[in-house]
Design a protein around this ligand. Structure first.
Ligand code: ZN
Length: 147
């Protein structure tokens, strides 16, 4: 029974050692480095989704091979927001300012989305303006006074 030992000891269990070894044999390179075009030997097998003491996740959750620097970088990222962005490659910082806005304005998805939205908003405003300046394409047509 796994519940006899706490989550901190799960990594000592033979079942984990087997899983870890198997994963490293299958994926011997750091997956984050590989995604960034680097070749680095993986030394750590990390849970894609933090198991947070969940035995099922610990044992059956998806794993990824990481090198030391990528692993500690990812852990810091998780700690700073409580959100794990590992699945998205983690190529942006998720540090936030006092208002909760991400500091990485270039790459953070929040800003990327915000830029897209602002672009759409601008297009809409342009269209509205040209409609005002050109009454002939005014949707209801020029007003006609009958007799
Ligand atoms: Zn790496």
């Amino acid at each position: 029974m796994p519940t006899k030992t706490g989550p901190s000891r799960w990594y000592d269990l033979a079942v984990w050692a087997r899983r870890r070894r198997g994963h490293l044999m299958e994926k011997p390179l750091c997956e984050m480095c590989e995604a960034a075009g680097r070749t680095e030997r993986a030394t750590i097998v990390d849970h894609c989704t933090p198991h947070r003491g969940n035995w099922e996740l610990f044992l059956y959750g998806r794993l990824q091979s990481l090198c030391g620097p990528c692993h500690s970088g990812r852990k810091q990222q998780i700690e700073c927001t409580g959100v794990d962005h590992g699945d998205r490659g983690g190529d942006y910082s998720c540090a936030v300012d006092v208002h909760g806005w991400p500091l990485d304005r270039e790459r953070h998805p929040t800003w990327v989305e915000a830029r897209k939205r602002a672009e759409k908003e601008r297009e809409r405003a342009e269209k509205a303006k040209s409609r005002l300046q050109n009454p002939e394409i005014e949707p209801f047509g020029p007003r006609q006074d009958g007799d």
